[in-house]
Ligand binder design. Structure first.
Ligand SMILES: NC(=O)c1ccc[n+]([C@@H]2O[C@H](COP(=O)([O-])OP(=O)(O)OC[C@H]3O[C@@H](n4cnc5c(N)ncnc54)[C@H](O)[C@@H]3O)[C@@H](O)[C@H]2O)c1
Length: 390
């Protein structure tokens, strides 16, 4: 019997948004699941919410009955309920000291071959693993929100992780019908690193007065093919979440100016204009509020798209250059994780690395800011006329 056969029990620590979603995924993949949280209210909410979701799945004919899934899940307020698990996925508050304490406590009660994963978005998996005596059993399994709907899982080996365990977990994620990619344990892993300019460069253009938020969003969706414009998307994600990710990535990269957060977004956060959930962000969601009309100038739209897309391509190429992930995994991550219309390396191949480099160097010459420095690998591809994906 493999360590992760469907007879094996999966433990989830934290019954919030992510823990609840991952528990649903594991139970629907056939596992018995134990969900542990210190907060009884969170456990109750998680259970109620899942029942509602499952009822809708029954109506749509996707599952036979609610009980077929709920009967597999136990909700527990006691850590010892996790002792028979083969895999535990932690999804508690994003705080290194608290996560380290939980990992040490968990290790004291589970068997020697239990694998312990963290769903952290921004902390070092290596630091969390260091809290365990058998650190080789620890890795990152980074699901996206909402976990049952988002296919991507970034599998993040800590420096200490056993490669065989990493590969077993990757195979398990495939068996859960997820799309796993391997990402190096560096800030933002793949998606939260490579996607930063989607927000940052859009906000920068707005701050400079090149175009307003409605126009940039229109350009990115209509001319760029993205599902949502950056301002609509950050209003949707919430500026509390999106700004904090940007700030954390910036700090974790030793203040590399490429990842510098913006004052416009910081001020929204300070004003409590967190986006849709508070009724106001970059846009006003109050009933009857007038919505700004975009300027539908196609030349302007193409310039906006070009500026954001070359910045995104540069991030993806640089991530490849620094072995953060393979080319294939970078493409999968950006298409399956954030639903980009195409992978950024393919995009670079289509436009030509020389054209991408030209635009970036043009920005660098104009601003003299390190933010626009091109990756050495992009420069090499432009010089050789080489492609990344073929
Ligand atoms: N929300 C997202 O979009 C998202 C996406 C990917 C990863 N993540 C990561 O997933 C983790 C959880 O995020 P979330 O949005 O689900 O948070 P959340 O606030 O919705 O839920 C966290 C839960 O953990 C519980 N908890 C806190 N401390 C605990 C402890 N010591 N022991 C047991 N339970 C404890 C809380 O009671 C709460 O129910 C974080 O590390 C976050 O960075 C979040």
């Amino acid at each position: 019997m493999s360590r992760f056969s469907t007879d094996s029990i999966v433990g989830i620590i934290g019954a919030g948004a992510m823990g609840s979603g991952i528990a649903q995924v594991a139970a629907m993949a056939g596992h018995n699941v134990v969900v542990y949280d210190t907060n009884a209210v969170a456990l109750g909410n998680s259970k109620d919410k899942l029942e509602k979701i499952l009822n809708r799945l029954v109506e749509k004919g996707k599952i036979e009955s609610v009980e077929s899934i709920t009967s597999k899940i136990i909700y527990a307020a006691n850590l010892s309920a996790l002792e028979d698990c083969s895999l535990i996925i932690e999804a508690i508050i994003e705080n290194l000291d608290i996560k380290k304490k939980v990992f040490a406590d968990v290790e004291a009660i589970v068997s020697d071959d239990c694998v312990i994963a963290t769903n952290t978005s921004s902390l070092s998996v290596t630091s969390i693993a260091a809290a365990c005596n058998k650190a080789e059993r620890v890795l990152g399994l980074h699901f996206f929100n909402p976990a049952p709907l988002m296919a991507l899982v970034e599998v993040v080996p800590a420096v200490q992780s056993d490669d065989a365990i990493v590969q077993e977990c990757k195979a398990l994620m495939s068996s859960w019908k997820k799309v796993p990619v391997i990402a190096k344990d560096t800030p933002g892993f793949i998606v939260n690193r490579v996607a930063r300019p989607f927000y940052g460069e859009a906000i920068r253009m707005m701050e400079e007065g090149i175009a307003d938020a409605a126009t940039i969003d229109w350009a990115m969706t209509e001319a760029g093919g993205f599902r949502m414009g950056p301002f609509t998307l950050t209003d949707y994600i919430g500026h509390d979440v999106n700004y904090v990710v940007t700030e954390t990535v910036f700090e974790s990269f030793f203040y590399d100016p490429r990842y510098k957060p913006s004052f416009s977004q910081k001020r929204l956060l300070e004003a409590g204009w967190l986006g849709r959930k508070t009724g106001r962000g970059f846009f006003n969601y109050a009933e009857g509020a007038a919505q700004p009309e975009p300027n539908k100038d196609t030349v302007l739209a193409n310039n906006i798209v070009a500026r954001v897309v070359v910045m995104l391509i540069n991030e993806a190429v640089d991530a490849l250059h620094l072995n953060i992930a393979s080319a294939e995994d970078l493409e999968l991550a950006m298409t399956k994780g954030v639903n980009y219309p195409k992978g950024l390396l393919v995009w670079c191949d289509e436009w030509g690395a020389d054209k991408v480099l030209n635009i970036l160097d043009g920005l660098y010459n104009e601003y003299h800011e390190d933010r626009y420095r091109a990756s050495a690998l992009l420069r090499k591809a432009a010089a050789n006329g080489s492609k990344f994906m073929s």
